[in-house]
Design a binder for this molecule. Structure first.
Ligand code: KG4
Ligand code: ZN
Length: 357
């Protein structure tokens, strides 16, 4: 089955075409035929996404991104050989989600193919279950249920227990989530306080690495928020950094690096501690980390090491597939399409707070 994935839930327009066969856990295999992402740089100086600006950008970018993906796949732009379209319907920013939905509706009508309503977070989860080592071909990584998923993105920080494969429904159970800001949002908001353009996660991580490499003296000290339970809270961290930054006469490069290291280590400690504790409590052998923040190598390495202590293995996708893209939607969509879980294109609706369970 050839499936086209369309993603527009935040500030990236993504389109990908894959060919996939088989069933989850048995003979599943896929091949990436085309994969294109257009990121929006209009938000860089604002410290966050402006939905209406993002919507305008998606409207302009989606057709261009589709064309790039189809050209890469060597497909006819007017009538490509595809069997279904998977489109993100939530969670995310509704004006942005609608852009992808109307785009998918138009294409489905034009090409007379069915549509799968896809959950963005399931897209992130499924991507981290894959083995991409033989790209453009891929299969499932050696994965076991029940599994735990740590979802960390600009909008989400969640620990989810997965009892079975995607498709078929009913396999997800929320264990914990953030009460306020998401981990990525914390990176981005703190980045803004330090004068780092949005999205700030990757840049904070780079500065933090420099602080470690240069062995800079530790000037800043942040307390680790919420040690108990599985819920997260990151807004206090942002306020603590704000207070520290305001007390500074001058934000030097060195100060920024030191603070970036402290922020990255604080967020890492919290994510790692809770995930490892949950892996132990629920007795899982496989843990997935996914979403934009999972591109962070410091978090990956620490989580991987600490999970080994409780006999669990970490699965993460290559960093280039961690942030939003169309491939993740095509992959997640496939498992539903394979079970004939199609939606009526006319009734598709954006749901900004769509849940997995
Ligand atoms: O999944 P994603 O692309 O979009 C959402 O669905 O939110 O995640 C974007 C988030 C941003 O907050 C960005 O700062 C963060 O992922 N991010 C990172 C890194 N790369 C992206 N955070 C920490 N370290 C990184 N290397
Ligand atoms: Zn995302």
């Amino acid at each position: 089955m050839r499936i086209l994935g369309i993603e527009s839930s935040a500030d990236d327009s993504g389109v990908a075409l894959i060919e996939a066969t088989g069933e989850f856990g048995r003979d599943f295999a896929f091949s990436v035929l085309g994969n294109a992402v257009s990121s929006q740089d209009v938000h860089a100086s604002y410290g966050g996404i402006y939905p209406h600006m993002a919507k305008r950008e998606h409207t302009a970018n989606l057709p261009i991104t589709l064309e790039r993906a189809l050209r890469e796949a060597g497909e006819d732009l007017e009538k490509p050989a595809i069997d279904a379209i998977a489109v993100t319907v939530g969670p995310g920013l509704e004006p942005c989600l609608w852009c992808g939905i109307t785009f998918a509706q138009e294409l489905a009508a034009k090409w007379k193919v069915p549509v799968v309503a896809t959950n963005h977070m399931e897209g992130h989860i499924v991507t981290s279950m894959m083995d991409f080592s033989n790209m453009p071909k891929g299969t499932l990584a050696p994965f076991e249920f029940p599994a735990l998923a740590l979802l960390v993105s600009g909008g989400h920080t969640e620990i989810i227990l997965m009892k079975g494969p995607p498709g078929g429904g009913g396999h997800y159970q929320y264990i914990g989530r953030t009460r306020d800001d998401a981990a990525g949002e914390a990176f981005d908001k703190i980045g803004r306080l330090l004068g780092i353009p949005y999205p700030a996660g990757a840049e904070i991580s780079r500065l933090a690495r420099e602080a470690r490499e240069e062995n800079l003296p530790r000037m800043s000290k942040l307390t680790r928020p919420m040690r108990e339970g599985y819920e997260f809270s990151f807004s206090g961290l942002k306020t603590a950094v704000l207070r520290e930054v305001e007390a500074q006469k001058e934000i030097t490069e060195e100060y920024k690096k030191d603070m970036a290291r402290e922020v990255e280590e604080t967020i890492t400690d919290v994510l790692v501690e809770k995930t490892v504790r949950a892996a132990d409590e629920f007795g899982v052998a496989s843990v997935i980390m996914s979403g934009g923040v999972s591109a962070n190598t410091f978090i990956r390495e620490n989580l991987d090491r600490k999970l080994q202590d409780v006999g669990a293995k970490l699965f993460v996708c290559p960093p280039k597939f961690s942030t939003d893209n169309g491939l993740m939607i095509a992959l997640a969509g496939y498992f539903h399409a394979a079970k004939r879980e199609f939606a009526d294109p006319a009734t598709l609706k954006a749901n900004g707070v769509l849940k997995l369970a």
